[in-house]
Ligand binder design. Structure first.
Ligand SMILES: Nc1ncnc2c1ncn2[C@@H]1O[C@H](COP(=O)(O)OP(=O)(O)O)[C@@H](O)[C@H]1O
Ligand SMILES: [Mg+2]
Length: 299
């Protein structure tokens, strides 16, 4: 029945008379379905028969060693990397078997923060946010563009004044938020984040994690979140998918993954860093309970 939900929406073909017009929100169970994916670069096989389903409304953490093909997987899902084999559907519509014109109606329903999150350095933050808006909705006037951009900037916790700043004037954490504002420009249902907290200090990373969770909850987003940050997995991910051996070898909640006897998973979650992240997560939970129940928090 869940499959049927996904297939239902396939009947809604894109309406070319209003190309950038919005399709209805996806109501099926799996906004992303990847089946039998194979990606090769020359002799190098990155993915082989990889399958994955992302649930609507979840934050899915995607982990795996460096070079296991996390970014390539994301690029395949958004149609930037054409796989040798396999089938990918987003919002019940084929990404792999459609030409770009046909997928216009789905491409404006996701937002992406690429690894490194590069903003256009010659554009202000506000102008950066306007780039996707202008691309998909060329008819929007400049005043409205400014207003939407300012709203997105504020939504990510930056001040409205930050919209007029250039990327070089921002701290690392602010740049990530600006990149997130750009990813949210089109009011996406689906958000792709590729290592968003890499390079941030632990406090900045934790703040960005909280922002991601808050935005996902308030805007009803599904989030495909590539990360190597164990704290991020513990704090905000509903499930975690593990890439190894060219496949998604496991997907589930962290307690479910801890049952796995796959050596990479065991080492990752039960190694020193995994244990430290778990301890810190458990401690933070206990602390917040203690603070909540304290009669007087003191000075
Ligand atoms: N466009 C490309 N051409 C050739 N090799 C690539 C290309 N993109 C990625 N690769 C290779 O594919 C592998 C997976 O890359 P990537 O998905 O970026 O890994 P990660 O899991 O660290 O994000 C790497 O070995 C990388 O060198
Ligand atoms: Mg990567």
């Amino acid at each position: 029945m869940t499959e049927a939900d996904a297939i239902d929406t396939q009947d809604e073909q894109p309406d070319n008379s209003q190309q950038a017009g919005r399709e209805q929100r996806y109501t099926g169970e799996y906004p992303i379905v990847v089946e039998g994916l194979t990606n090769r670069f020359g002799d190098q096989v990155v993915h082989e028969d990889l399958s994955l389903k992302v649930r609507r409304g979840e934050i899915l953490g995607v982990v795996g060693g460096s070079g296991t093909g996390k970014s390539v997987l994301m690029r395949s899902i958004i149609g930037l990397q054409v796989p040798q084999e396999g089938h990918i559907e987003v919002f019940g519509r084929s990404i792999t078997d459609a030409d770009p014109d046909e997928t216009l109606g789905v491409r404006n329903r996701w937002g992406v923060l690429f690894q490194g999150g590069a903003l256009f350095s010659t554009l202000t933050v506000g102008e950066n946010v306007q780039v996707p808006l202008k691309q998909f909705y060329p008819e929007i006037g400049s005043e409205l563009l400014d207003e939407i951009a300012r709203f997105k900037v504020v939504l990510t916790g930056l001040s409205a004044e930050a919209a007029a700043k250039y990327p070089s004037e921002l701290s690392g954490g602010m740049k990530k938020r600006a990149g997130l504002a750009r990813a949210l420009a089109l009011d996406p249902e689906l958000l792709f984040l590729d290592e968003p907290t890499a390079g941030l200090d632990p406090i900045g990373a934790a703040a960005f994690d909280r922002l991601t969770r808050e935005l996902a909850d308030t805007l009803g987003l599904t989030v495909f979140l590539i990360t190597h940050d164990l704290d991020t997995l513990y704090e905000i991910c509903d499930r975690v998918a593990v890439l190894a051996d060219k496949k998604v070898i496991a997907i589930g909640t962290i307690p479910e993954l801890l049952e796995s006897d796959h050596p990479w998973i065991d080492e990752y979650f039960n190694g020193p860093r995994g244990r430290a992240a778990k301890d810190s997560h458990d401690r933070a939970k206990a602390d917040s309970k203690a603070i909540d129940s304290a009669p007087d928090k003191g000075a």
